[in-house]
Design a protein around this ligand. Structure first.
Ligand SMILES: Cc1ncc(COP(=O)(O)O)c(C=O)c1O
Length: 436
């Protein structure tokens, strides 16, 4: 297997191809961006549900029927979008009590939910048990003790799995979350004793194991190695507890290219690797993977309008009405190396220029820059700009309260119709929770 796969495509060109245009304007689900901005205002997140569904279908085709695909709601907790993915066959991966509520609102059955995340509070666990979350991916012995106590109190028998921190490093991911010393999961060496304790207690049902190597992984071979590592731990646990494990969750984190030169994640190779691991498994054993970014990053655009255009020191600046408070990741938040997100002028999606623009938002920090040296055509106040790859880790991954601007609206476009998914905040929201 050769991975990561070198990529000759430009992410910008690929995304423009996915969205297409209408009346010369960038379109989202067939609706011109200008119409969306006019109807719902700016700044605005707009998601094309069909693009997300197609990604899910591609993953399901690559992994086959034995592997269930869970949507990690942390990537985008938009209920309409999550519901579209549920209707297209996804389960749900959750990381807080709030996400359990969102998944319920999107119509997911408890049985289709798995809940992972370090530091689950008593309130998180209570909501999860109440919703009948199928599997709690337990991250420490103390967390298991809390689940057991709650289960005894509520006289329920929750399904639990142990999130394994493999001793092997998850080398492929840009954001590594397994291997060596980590805050996530249970060190491989401590998994069997805890599994034995759970079986001995017989309060919870030990369903299986979980691993999550990290995010923005472009190396399918390293991803398969981590899944293989989990399978090896599972075999040792099964011997140690003298019973089979009902399920294994191989994690996710498949990468999406942002800039020219970023590699592609080899989905087919990952699916083939997982297929090798599940082939020959017992009929009743369940396997899952959990993906956020890979399913939804490409389906979203962030629409922002130019408020002002100026020149300083020979550089051109367009000041826009959106910024890092809504789309922190595009401004580099959370990235060790800032990678410029693709940006287009909606009225001339294909137009580029060699005289670059800096796109600055309204926040009083130089960090509030949605693009530096962006090749865009001549801009004027009132022009509409789209930042692409806005479907994952956008609005809810951003410092929304900084500088006290209203939160943006979100819409989901399905079958050519744009539906409001989150109402725009108002200026007065900044006072809502204050006591004075
Ligand atoms: C446990 C777990 N599962 C799934 C995900 C989703 O990752 P991604 O959006 O990279 O697929 C994350 C992201 O941090 C995670 O921590």
């Amino acid at each position: 297997m050769t991975s990561p796969v070198a990529n000759t495509d430009s992410p910008r060109a690929r995304l423009l191809g996915l969205f297409g245009s209408k009346r010369g304007d960038l379109a989202v689900g067939g609706v011109p961006a200008a119409d969306l901005a006019q109807q719902f205002g700016t700044p605005l997140f707009a998601y094309d549900a069909e693009i997300a569904r197609r990604q899910l279908a591609a993953v399901r085709a690559a992994f086959g029927t034995r592997v269930e695909v869970l949507y990690a709601l942390k990537a985008n907790p938009c209920v309409r979008l999550a519901r579209a993915l549920r209707l297209a066959g996804a389960g749900a991966e959750l990381a807080s009590g709030g996400e359990v509520l969102l998944a319920r609102a999107a119509g997911f059955d408890g049985a289709a939910m798995q809940f992972a995340g370090p530091g689950k509070s008593a309130a998180d666990l209570a909501v999860a048990l109440e919703a009948g979350v199928g599997t709690l991916n337990v991250e420490s012995a103390a967390e298991y003790a809390a689940v057991r106590a709650l289960a005894q109190e509520q006289r329920v028998r929750p399904g639990v799995a142990l999130r394994v921190n493999l001793s092997q490093q998850a080398t492929g991911a840009r954001v590594r979350m397994s291997g060596g010393s980590k805050k996530f999961g249970i060190d491989e060496s401590a998994v069997l004793p805890l599994a034995q304790a759970i079986v001995r207690d017989d309060v919870c049902e030990l369903r299986g194991l979980h691993v999550y190597g990290g995010s923005q992984n472009f190396d399918a071979a390293s991803w398969v190695a981590s899944a293989r590592g989990l399978t090896a731990v599972a075999q040792r646990v099964e011997q140690g507890i003298a019973r089979p494990l009902a399920q294994l969750n191989f994690g996710g984190g498949f990468g999406i290219p942002t800039v020219d030169g970023d590699p592609s994640f080899d989905l087919v190779a990952a699916g083939r690797g997982a297929g090798d691991l599940v082939r020959g498994a017992r009929e009743d054993q369940r396997f899952s993977i959990e993906l956020g970014r890979y399913l939804v990053a490409e389906c979203g655009v962030y629409l922002t309008r130019v408020l002002d255009v100026k020149e300083s020191g020979g550089k051109r600046f367009a000041i826009v009405d959106g910024g890092m408070h809504h789309f922190g990741a595009a401004a580099g938040l959370g990235a060790v190396i800032k990678r410029a997100y693709p940006v287009v002028a909606c009225a001339q999606p294909d137009a580029r220029t060699t005289a670059p623009w800096s796109l600055g938002g309204p926040l009083c920090t130089p960090a509030d820059e949605l693009g530096a040296d962006v090749a865009l055509p001549q801009l004027h106040a009132g022009d509409l700009i789209a930042v692409l790859l806005a479907g994952a880790y956008g609005f809810t991954f951003s410092p929304t309260l900084f500088l006290s601007h209203p939160t943006p609206a979100e819409v989901v476009v399905e079958n050519g119709v744009a539906q409001l998914a989150r109402a725009r905040g108002s200026m007065a929201d900044v006072l809502a929770a204050q006591q004075y």
